[in-house]
Design a protein around this ligand. Structure first.
Ligand code: 5AD
Ligand code: SF4
Length: 457
């Protein structure tokens, strides 16, 4: 290396060491992942650089989730560890962001006095200003005002993962399911402008991303001027270079015929729908404030399967909602048996302070919840196996996403219907779209053999 180059490197290193470092840890849903990417972009605009070690950082953030008690417990224990950092490095700034900040600001201020900044999901835009203010002000700064309007227009994320670009298209939820804290932590529904979403999607493709996931707490209730979700989806599908589009999380109520039609017309829209059931019993569904009956749900599944042959359908199920009898629980099993979901996210009901269901006085014991959960996990395993086996001997188009956790010699990627497939690496790379012959369907993921590369990145 020449002397000038050595000097340049030295200067770069020195400059870097003057710059403030941030560390961010993200819990919860994909919305939080996308929000953390927004926050990273804002911090980097302010001259901060990312660090992967909280001990060596100037500011450390935790982006939090309140959906269930377990999620909050995890964050509380992490904050306990960060208290130790603060004790040894009192100059470090600690920020709690997201749903718990919104929900538990009082508790945090009283019981975690070492927390410097508490910001709700609509307040990240103020972060750079608040950081500057905090440097002069010793008191904790709290900003948890929720907005009725889109607050992140014109602000774009700092993406790291090079395959999938999360694009948040709407925020908040107006559905008020009685078990759910989201309408309180994330506020009212509001949609971003079509133009800004399309701009962001085109930029992501220019930056080398192949897959786009449209995000929202109620993604398919997107509504901007005359544009509905299916209009937006179609416009994204038409962008040259988008190999795969996914969206999450939809509500069964807003799966329209127009949406199914658009999905069936475009090959690059993933043939997959997440369809949260929550419960299969009509009385419980009503008490949950879900807007459909068991029959509505089953008819919808049938319609989806008719319109989208080979579609992958996953779901969310809650067991032990207040007042759920054994018989009512069996209705959930009935729907599972009827539908045979490809996969399911299964939960024990977790009472959330502030929600309507928290007030119900017929809460179910932990033991019964546990027992019901075990039953549906076991049943779902059988159903996933049945569904996965249907792909045996077929050729699937896979977007190569990452190295398999099982072996350095294998890739992992997903089918059009959102199933993970593991296969030997061959001569393809991450980000390639490849054809794989499905050979085995025993575990959660499928195994296959690479046939050929469809399109190079
Ligand atoms: N307890 C258990 N599960 C819940 N979910 C939301 N709130 C709760 C709760 N209080 C589940 C729902 C939802 C998913 C994101 O989390 O199934 O669809
Ligand atoms: Fe929560 Fe229901 Fe809104 Fe989904 S639709 S975020 S479960 S309130």
């Amino acid at each position: 290396m020449e002397l000038s180059q050595v000097k340049e490197k030295q200067i770069f290193k020195e400059k870097r060491s003057y710059r403030k470092k941030y560390y961010i840890e993200t819990y919860g849903c994909q919305m939080n992942v996308a929000d953390s990417e927004l926050i990273e972009a804002m911090l980097e605009n302010e001259g901060y650089i990312v660090s992967n070690d909280p001990w060596k950082s100037d500011v450390i953030f935790i982006n939090t989730c309140s959906i269930r008690e377990k999620a909050e417990e995890k964050i509380h224990s992490q904050l306990g560890r960060w208290d130790l950092i603060k004790k040894q490095k009192p100059e470090i700034l600690i920020g709690v962001l997201g749903c718990m900040a919104q929900n538990l600001k009082q508790d945090l201020l009283e019981n975690r006095p070492f927390v410097d900044i508490v910001l709700g999901p609509d307040s990240y835009r103020n972060l750079p200003t608040l950081l500057k203010r905090k440097l002069k002000d010793r008191n904790s700064i709290v900003d948890t005002k929720l907005s009725r309007f889109e607050v992140y227009e014109g602000l774009f994320p700092n993406r790291r993962n090079g395959i999938n670009a999360w694009i948040s298209i709407m925020r908040g939820c107006d559905k008020f399911c009685t078990f759910c804290i989201v309408p309180f932590t994330r506020g009212r529904e509001r949609s971003r402008s079509l133009d800004s979403i399309l701009f962001e999607a085109k930029q992501a493709i220019k930056d080398g991303f192949r897959e786009i996931t449209l995000l929202g707490q109620n993604v398919n209730s997107y509504n901007y001027n005359q544009y509905k979700f299916h209009n937006l989806l179609e416009r994204v599908a038409k962008i040259p270079g988008v190999d795969r589009i996914r969206y999450t999380s939809p509500h069964p109520q807003d799966i329209t015929d127009d949406l199914l039609q658009v999905m069936s017309q475009y090959d690059n829209i993933s043939n997959y729908i997440h369809l949260p059931l929550q419960s299969g019993n009509n009385r419980i569904l009503k008490r949950m404030h879900r807007s459909y009956t068991q029959n509505d749900f089953l008819v919808l599944v049938e319609k989806i399967r008719e319109n989208l042959p080979g579609v992958g359908i996953s779901t969310d199920i809650i067991v032990g909602f207040p007042g759920e009898t054994e018989e009512e629980f069996l209705d959930t099993i009935y729907v599972m048996e009827k539908v045979k979901f490809d996969s399911a996210f299964t939960f024990k009901y977790s009472p959330r302070l502030g929600t309507k269901a928290y007030e119900y006085d017929d809460q179910i014991s932990e033991n019964i919840k546990k027992c019901r959960l075990e039953k549906i996990i076991k049943l779902q395993k059988e159903h996933s196996l049945i569904r996965n086996s249907k792909l045996l001997g077929t050729i699937q188009t896979i977007l190569v996403e990452k190295e398999s956790k099982m072996s350095k010699k294998q890739w992992a990627g997903r089918t059009d219907s959102n199933k993970w497939v593991i296969f030997d690496k061959g001569n393809v790379n991450v980000n390639d779209l490849v054809k794989v012959d499905i050979k085995d369907a025993k575990g959660i993921s499928l195994r296959g053999e690479l046939i050929n590369e469809v399109k190079a990145a």
